[in-house]
Design a protein around this ligand. Structure first.
Ligand code: ADP
Ligand code: MG
Length: 362
């Protein structure tokens, strides 16, 4: 199918606040979504993701702030005049209608003629790989198929902006993994500016051009998946994305010291009163050869060793008591050679992986 969507639009959110009684669901949020971008709002339950999506869609009016699609101010526009496709968490399909009835619904609202409608419904169903399913009843479909119907309904009127609120959360893991890739391909094909909501960090990393990490109604960091993972700006982001242990870092003269080791790093050091060293399990390794150039070494005692099939997870306590996790690949027959609980080990962290962050939450 050729790309049929008109030019995508950028979204500009400025100083949007929404309260419910004493709760700041959105607390002075500003955000730019680029034209044609796939941007994900990632955050724990209750952080304000759905509220922000509802503000974009026009179902929630913020207390203050402005919202533009392209150059047009949107805050006072009702949802059906915003040219926005929306996929809800629970799909919100009409169970008594056929697949075609559901997918055609937005076209009927917009007064599209019957023949034109049939065409466009079939094309939308093709796009989500449900060609020929138009006459099926909704209750004859699997979870994954329902999800595709909801998606077809959201794109059938060729909106310039697509909003999706945890659209895969009801699917089992295998199907979810596949749908993540499919949605990504669909986005590449259709090119709509897309705002996607999830609480699943791996899903966000898999799908997004950029991710806005949300907590307590505020954006904690907005960056590409790689930057968020590699150089988080605060402890909340470092903790929420990926696994990590943190060690207190103290300044001693011009040096930075953590758990008795003077740190070598070639990363930027934040200008904050309190600092922490972030240790990702797969970036720490067991030192088993001669020491190489720019490596930080930590003495530790193994507390646990866990077999996980493709990899092991080893927990070790540093001399300041902090527990650190180390993940490594298991090659055939090597698991038995790993250090056992009680043994002492040397943990190594390359200067390039020595990420120091501000030890305060935002
Ligand atoms: P998320 O989608 O990230 O889980 P929400 O945007 O749904 O979070 O909610 C953010 C906060 O606003 C939560 O504390 C939630 O309880 C509150 N909230 C959301 N909608 C309403 C509402 N209609 N009435 C009262 N409180 C609400
Ligand atoms: Mg939500």
């Amino acid at each position: 199918m050729t790309k049929t969507t008109p030019d995508a639009l950028p979204i500009t959110v400025r100083n949007v606040t929404k309260t419910y009684g004493p709760v700041y669901a959105l607390d002075d949020v500003s955000l730019d979504v680029e034209s044609g971008e796939f941007l994900t709002l990632l955050g724990p339950s209750g952080s304000g993701k759905t509220t922000l999506l509802m503000v974009l869609a026009g179902f929630t009016r913020p207390d203050q702030g402005s919202l533009k699609f392209g150059d047009a101010e949107m805050i006072r526009k009702p949802p059906h005049l915003r040219d926005v496709g929306m996929v809800f968490q629970n799909y919100a399909l009409f169970p008594h209608m056929t697949v075609a009835g559901n997918v055609g619904y937005p076209l009927r609202l917009r007064g599209v003629s019957k023949t034109d409608m049939a065409d466009r419904v079939e094309r939308a169903l093709d796009t989500v790989q449900l060609g020929g399913f138009g006459d099926r009843r909704i209750d004859q479909l699997s979870g994954g198929q329902k999800q595709r119907v909801a998606l077809a309904r959201s794109i059938v009127f060729e909106p310039r902006i697509l909003l999706m609120d945890e659209p895969l959360s009801a699917l089992d893991k295998k199907l979810r993994d596949r749908m993540q890739i499919e949605l990504r391909h669909l986005h590449e094909k259709l090119g709509m500016t897309t705002v996607y909501v999830t609480h699943d960090q791996r899903e966000a990393l898999t799908m997004s051009d950029r991710i806005a990490v949300v907590n307590h109604g505020r954006i904690m960091q907005l960056a590409t998946p790689e930057l968020l993972y590699d150089q988080p700006e605060n402890k909340f982001v470092a903790d929420f994305i990926g696994d990590s242990s943190f060690i207190r870092v103290t300044r001693e003269g011009d040096s930075l010291v953590a758990a008795g080791t003077t740190l070598k790093t070639n990363r930027p050091v934040p200008d904050a009163a309190k600092l922490a060293l972030m240790l990702r399990p797969e970036r720490v390794h067991l030192m088993d050869g001669p020491r190489e150039g720019d490596t930080n070494l930590f003495d530790a005692r193994v507390t646990d060793l866990v077999y996980q099939g493709e990899s092991y997870l080893l927990y070790a306590a540093l001399e300041d008591g902090t527990e650190v996790a180390v993940r490594g690949a298991i090659r055939a027959g090597t698991y038995g050679n790993l250090p056992k609980p009680g043994e002492t080990v040397n943990l190594a962290l390359d200067a390039a992986d020595t990420v120091i962050i501000a030890d305060e939450e935002g």
